[in-house]
Design a protein around this ligand. Sequence first.
Ligand SMILES: Cc1cc2nc3c(=O)[nH]c(=O)nc-3n(C[C@H](O)[C@H](O)[C@H](O)COP(=O)(O)OP(=O)(O)OC[C@H]3O[C@@H](n4cnc5c(N)ncnc54)[C@H](O)[C@@H]3O)c2cc1C
Length: 472
Amino acid sequence: MSGPALLWLGRDLRLADNPALIRATAGRRPVLALYVLDETIRPPGRGQRWWLRQSLAALEKSLSAHGIPLVLDKGDPARVLPKIAEEIGAEIVAWNRRPEAPESDARVEKALQGREVFIGSGALLTEPGQIRTGTGGAYQVFGPFWRACRASDPARPQRIPDDLAGVRQAPRGTALDALFPKDFEPAGDWRPGEEHAREQLSNFLDEGMSDYPTARDIPSVAGTSLASPRLASGEVSPRQIWQATLARMAHGKQGSEAGEVFLRELGWREFSYGILADHPDMATRPLREAFERFPWRKSKAEFDAWRAGQTGYPLIDASMRALKTEGWLHNRMRMVVASFLVKHLLLPWQDGEQWFWDVLVDADPANNPANWQWVAGCGMDAAPYFRIFNPMLQGKRFDPGGDYVRAWVPELAQLPEKHIHAPWEAPADVLRRAGVELGKTYPMPIVEHAGARQRALAALATIRQQPSPSHS
Ligand SMILES: Cc1cc2nc3c(=O)[nH]c(=O)nc-3n(C[C@H](O)[C@H](O)[C@H](O)COP(=O)(O)OP(=O)(O)OC[C@H]3O[C@@H](n4cnc5c(N)ncnc54)[C@H](O)[C@@H]3O)c2cc1C
């Protein structure tokens, strides 16, 4: 048997399809697994911390079933890894590339000079730089990117190696409680861990996927895969989802069309990571430079009302309450509430991005900023800024019976369907019968829709008048 290997886990909290685990264990090396809360990069928010805490506990169990100890630590991985590698006499240190932290990865590699290092790839479908335009640049538009990605034939996922073994003695690390204190508990039936991720995926593929193209737009039904927190923590790899989806699609035509719609969404994730590679500061800096001069307003009161779900727009409030309670929000509702913040309230998209980052259990360093910039009109292949979601029409279209609003805004539950998305338009006797007193039991709209729309368009015009070269 060869000497020990140090396996560094980050956002790949799984045993299956884990190239670093496969490499670490090759030659039946005894393995020590290490998780480091990297303090040199953006710290995880409350939602993510909750998820990671549960997911690490599950991972510790499955590793220990193979005799592999898991040590937890925090700090700068470029300091922690060499120290632990030394302590266990590691002959190889293996991890999977973190596309969101290339600089930190490079520093760790440098700090380990003299020791064998293996860096695998497991976070994305394709290698960085693999999908490029004919002239070698990054795609700026999703359509052609997706066609290239769809044709790229991602690698097959790899199985858990046989004969895993652990080192006999593990160094002392940090306790899970100290790493991720219990400061947030999302409601809902969340079950972190690789095993549940696998279950959830096959349930979705067997039962949910055929309805996905239509059900995915309705917030009151569970019509999507809920794969996002599992992808964010790496309990499942995109290659596993990709191959499992293709396998189901091979069964029939209907499944095949729905599968294409689903795979395309994974393509958006891939596209976001492509943007992040070229724009590591995309959580704070608009990709379109003209937006640096956008006349954003400042209003703590309005931002707080948005966060708390107290804007007086039922669909916005239902969504923001769902987000804060469950640590997750339906994709369409993410778009609607993000648009409301940046367009109706003219508040900076970066503040919204930070709030999402703080509460989402699936907070993702590429998807979150890329989507915020997309909604704000300053991102890659973005929705034009002048396209302003109307929260009442969105409600009528995607929550026609008002079920979603009634579930999250109980003070409006008795309102008839006709008025559920615009209570301020309801006659006084209708409000009275529903027990709604606007301004008392439920707020009046924080801003008037038509006026807000005009204000947003006028703000946009101020940056349009200036030359706006986009920096790439
Ligand atoms: C303002 C805003 C912020 C967002 N923040 C995040 C975030 O922090 N983390 C995150 O994972 N997603 C984010 N999204 C994208 C999307 O809303 C979620 O991925 C999706 O709702 C997760 O649910 P699901 O896994 O059931 O999705 P499904 O519909 O089942 O999709 C499957 C997978 O495809 C990917 N995907 C789907 N939609 C998108 C998209 N628009 N962009 C990129 N990838 C996508 C995700 O990995 C998702 O898990 C954001 C969207 C918006 C509009």
